[in-house]
Design a protein around this ligand. Structure first.
Ligand SMILES: Nc1ncnc2c1ncn2[C@@H]1O[C@H](COP(=O)(O)OP(=O)(O)O)[C@@H](O)[C@H]1O
Ligand SMILES: [Mg+2]
Length: 237
């Protein structure tokens, strides 16, 4: 297969950057809406409450007006909350990593004919960026296993301890030539997984044995930049 030229390769890198920047921007805007704008609107509502109490006897006509303003304000608060929620589609922050991974698997079950097993207890508390990286890697790995592997079985397993948490997504499908695929220009999934892991300081290994299996393995070690891992054999990313 012909190697992509530098221009195409940098186009892919640019795409990856855009993708990551979009993720970060959505999170920023979502937090801004929730933490700042939402708080300000709620504070205005409280002031209106106080004002209504104060003018109740002296200026009853104002009481009606403040109630109108308050209902407009409540509508705005609801919209801000909804927007903030929609901009943060990952359920990780809301429900925790274990629940989020189980929901992710549920999402894929209807489109997967084989057996999709999930062993994901809620892990010991993880830094939010680490939990999010685990989830995003699982999304890409599961999507690949379902769409590309032709496997009869896919397993998602989270192992959790005090100092170490690991996530494995394994299928018994076609496998693929990782090094060759990496050089191709097409998808972004493999690059995204490595980049999510790198940003969160996770140890990331993708091992694939043609006609047998693909295993994505991610490890977080509390308090230490993870060391290189060795899964033995196979093609690694
Ligand atoms: N679990 C898997 N089983 C078989 N092939 C895979 C698997 N994961 C990835 N691949 C191969 O690697 C390629 C690149 O994956 P990815 O970068 O996620 O891009 P995309 O999914 O958009 O094709 C896939 O098109 C597929 O050929
Ligand atoms: Mg993919």
């Amino acid at each position: 297969m012909r190697e992509p030229g530098p221009a195409r390769r940098s186009l892919r890198e640019l795409l990856l950057l855009c993708y990551r920047e979009r993720d970060a921007e959505r999170l920023r805007v979502s937090r801004l809406l929730h933490d700042e704008i939402g708080q300000v609107l709620s504070a205005v509502g409280l002031h209106l409450d106080v004002l209504r109490q104060e003018v109740r006897d002296r200026a009853p006509e104002i009481v009606g007006r403040t109630a109108e303003i308050q209902s407009i304000l409540e509508g705005a608060v609801r919209q801000v909350r909804r927007l903030s929620y929609e901009l943060r589609p990952e359920p990780v922050e809301r429900a925790g990593l274990g629940v989020a991974l189980r929901q992710l698997a549920d999402r894929y079950r209807p489109s997967f004919a084989g057996r999709l097993s999930v062993a994901c207890p809620n892990p010991a508390p993880l830094p939010p960026a680490v939990a999010l990286a685990f989830f995003r890697i699982a999304e890409q790995a599961l999507d690949n296993a379902v769409r590309h592997s032709g496997a009869a079985r896919i397993g998602l397993r989270l192992r959790t301890g005090k100092r170490r948490t690991s996530l494995e997504i394994r299928d018994n499908g076609s496998g693929f030539d990782v090094a060759r695929t990496r050089r191709r220009v097409r998808g972004l999934g493999l690059l995204l997984m490595a980049s999510y892991a790198d940003d969160a300081g996770l140890d990331f290994t993708l091992t694939s044995l043609p006609k047998r299996t693909t295993i994505v393995w991610v490890v977080y070690r509390a308090g230490a930049r993870p060391a290189e891992s060795d899964n033995g054999g196979g093609d690694k990313l």
